[in-house]
Write a protein that binds this ligand. Structure first.
Ligand code: ACO
Length: 359
């Protein structure tokens, strides 16, 4: 059998309808629209409403991606959710998504590498498809960070937002798919960006809650300094692994943490900002969700065509960082789809015959 590659055949995202602008934040903490805009580039972010959570947003994004890929939930073999704001410590958010989708055949688990979670999940799914373990995977990045924010801490509450993005990754005879993935970490810096309590090291108690230890704490400046260099290095490494140079890249889709970080990465790489996709002004930093949301928006805006080389690059808590190079595939594989439509129609006919057949 010819070597199979993993290609993206579906994409989708969901952003909650509730918009929180910088002007709204001026009423909550001691900040200004000007400060947030100049220091981050963010103008507004989306906040999950009471009934929404990481699994429900993931499910909505996944449904759109599956429809685009024309893949039925019952055909899905793997679901991975990259998140650091899961519904529960366990069960995995991916299992809740599996149930909500009705993906009865799918394996499901979560990946946690903070803002790098989507790239990590994509790397795992790619490896499993290349290794022949599964033929397809729904790879999701989703966060409900608003519920982990201290809304009195202006250093964090102005930065983050909620949302979910998903892609369908499928085995294909296409000559190129995901071309390289690189992942790195430095656990010695974990406490520069973390949630201290509420898991097993410091279980939740009245005292931890009173001290606000269940909220995200970030030394933003320290994160900032390392993010630019690490993302640029990971991009270089992923390009070398793919046998490409930056000149081959049609679009860079970086983690949407801060416009200054993104511009710093582009400058360090000497890569033109016109070829960098930026949407953080509307969504803020949605951590693991930011790359798949940006990728889906870029595709919807017609900025990706079959054969385009795309560079994804991420940095986040842990610290974790990584990059992926892929060739955009875009639309489903016609032969298999047509066959599956015929199969589906004949199955529906059989069901109908079964139902009307006298017992
Ligand atoms: N409004 C007004 N002033 C503020 C605000 C605010 N919202 N926040 C901080 N300040 C003040 C500070 O108190 C400080 O004042 P001082 O000089 O009087 O002490 C001053 O502004 C500068 O503060 P810094 O923290 O140095 O500001 P900085 O320019 O670094 O911007 C920010 C802060 C936006 C958080 C930035 O550091 C950043 O984006 N860091 C990276 C975040 C990131 O990428 N995280 C990784 C991914 S997230 C994940 O993995 C879950």
């Amino acid at each position: 059998m010819a070597k199979q590659n993993a290609v993206i055949t579906g994409w989708g995202f969901y952003a909650p309808s509730k918009v929180l602008t910088n002007f709204d934040l001026e009423k909550i903490v001691d900040t200004t629209d000007q400060w947030i805009t100049e220091r981050t580039g963010i103008k507004e972010r989306r906040i999950a409403s009471d009934g929404e959570n990481t699994s429900s947003m993931s499910t909505r994004a996944a449904k759109i991606a599956l429809e685009r890929a024309r893949l039925r939930p019952s055909e899905v073999e793997l679901i991975i959710v990259g998140t650091c704001s899961p519904d529960y410590l366990f069960p995995a958010t991916a299992c809740l998504v599996q149930d909500a989708l009705g993906a009865e055949k799918a394996g499901a688990f979560d990946v946690e590498a903070a803002c790098t979670s989507f790239v990590a999940a994509l790397a795992i799914a790619n490896g499993m498809i290349l290794g022949g373990a599964v033929r397809n995977a729904v790879v999701i990045g989703a966060e409900t960070l608003s519920r982990l924010l201290d809304w009195t801490d202006r250093g964090t509450c102005v930065v983050f937002g909620d949302g979910a993005g998903a892609v369908v990754l499928e085995a294909s005879n296409a000559s190129v798919g995901i071309e390289s993935t690189v992942l790195h970490s430095d656990g010695s810096k974990g406490e520069l960006l973390y949630v201290a309590a509420g898991a097993t090291r410091i279980p939740a108690t009245r005292e931890t809650v009173e001290k606000g230890q269940h909220f995200i704490r970030m030394q933003g400046g320290e994160v900032f300094k390392l993010a630019v260099k690490s993302m640029a290095d990971a991009a270089d490494e992923a390009l070398v692994d793919a046998g490409l140079t930056l000149e081959d890249i049609v679009l860079m889709v970086p983690h949407q943490a801060n416009l200054r970080i993104i511009e710093g990465v582009a400058k360090r790489l000497r890569f033109p900002m016109e070829k960098v996709f930026v949407n953080l002004q509307r969504y803020g930093n949605t951590s693991a969700a930011s790359i798949p949301i940006a990728l889906a928006e870029a595709a919807e805006q017609g900025r990706l065509r079959r054969g385009d080389k795309v560079l994804l690059v991420a940095f986040g808590g842990g610290f974790t960082w990584g990059a992926a190079v892929l060739e955009w595939y875009g639309v489903p594989i016609p032969d298999r789809r047509e066959k599956s439509i015929v199969e589906r129609a004949s199955r529906q006919l059989e069901d109908l015959v079964d139902r009307v057949r006298p017992v």
